[in-house]
Design a protein around this ligand. Structure first.
Ligand code: F6R
Length: 235
């Protein structure tokens, strides 16, 4: 595991975008595993900047996103599909047909999980998976649990996650209570993983990467992967 401590969010964003950019340059037809949330917004801005400067070409890139709220369609501005369009896909020359996010409106959730996992498998999983982390150690929407989930599944969100995400909704009651998420097993199938966290994630990141490997801290499973880079803000 490569651990890089940076001074601030700007450095974090530049460094994460550089690693993702290098992936795109080295393998133009790569599959990027992408995350939503506040942390990667700066990274996506830097990627869009590099595209605008003619440094990056996303025309052959495919992407698979970690997760999506159940019940929200892609044109709902709280959906993760909407977030991705706004923060990255609309700003670069990626073909939206090649961007994949679980379908929040799927009526048969079990079928949707199987479909999404099979889709990830058919693409050979991510060449590089970008991850943020929750204060409780969640990655994707894999919440602390008694076992690591192997594949894409539908989860009931924990109160702490609903509270954390409610900042983005008009009222807490609007936050969906369940979501589709890649499993820890799906995430670990990525060839490379890049975990990023701001200053408020320092403690949980250190617990995840130096503590016991336990499903109580879902991100601790990253210790089992052979090619993980962690970038976080620490003084
Ligand atoms: C989002 C995701 C989540 C977030 C995590 C941190 O697709 O998978 O695990 O990465 O909740 O979110 P922020 O960056 O908003 O603190």
């Amino acid at each position: 595991m490569k651990v890089i401590k940076v001074k601030n969010y700007e450095e974090l964003s530049v460094m994460a975008a550089s690693i993702i950019g290098a992936q795109v340059i080295n393998k133009p037809q790569c599959v990027l595993g992408l995350a939503t949330g506040s942390t990667p917004i700066g990274t996506y801005e830097k990627l869009a900047e590099a595209y605008n400067n003619g440094i990056l070409d996303f025309s052959e890139v495919k992407s698979i996103n970690l997760d999506e709220y159940c019940g929200l369609s892609g044109d709902n501005n709280q959906s993760y599909r909407y977030f991705m369009n706004e923060n990255l896909f609309n700003k670069v020359n990626i073909d939206k047909e090649n961007t994949f996010v679980p379908d929040g409106t799927a009526s048969d959730s079990e079928k949707e999980c199987e479909r999404y996992e099979a889709l990830c498998a058919s693409l050979g999983y991510a060449d590089l998976q970008l991850l943020g982390i929750g204060h409780n150690g969640h990655i994707g929407f894999n919440e602390p649990d008694s076992a690591f989930a192997a594949v894409t599944h539908c989860v009931k969100l924990q109160e702490s996650t609903i509270n954390a995400n409610s900042r983005l909704f008009e009222k807490k009651e609007d936050v969906p209570t369940s979501a589709f998420t890649m499993g820890i097993g799906t995430i670990l199938k990525a060839k490379k993983i890049l975990l990023v966290g701001g200053a408020d994630k320092k403690d949980i990141i250190e617990k995840a990467i130096y503590g016991d490997v336990t499903p109580e801290v879902p991100a601790s499973a990253l210790q089992l992967h052979k090619d993980v880079t962690v970038i976080y803000v620490a003084e």
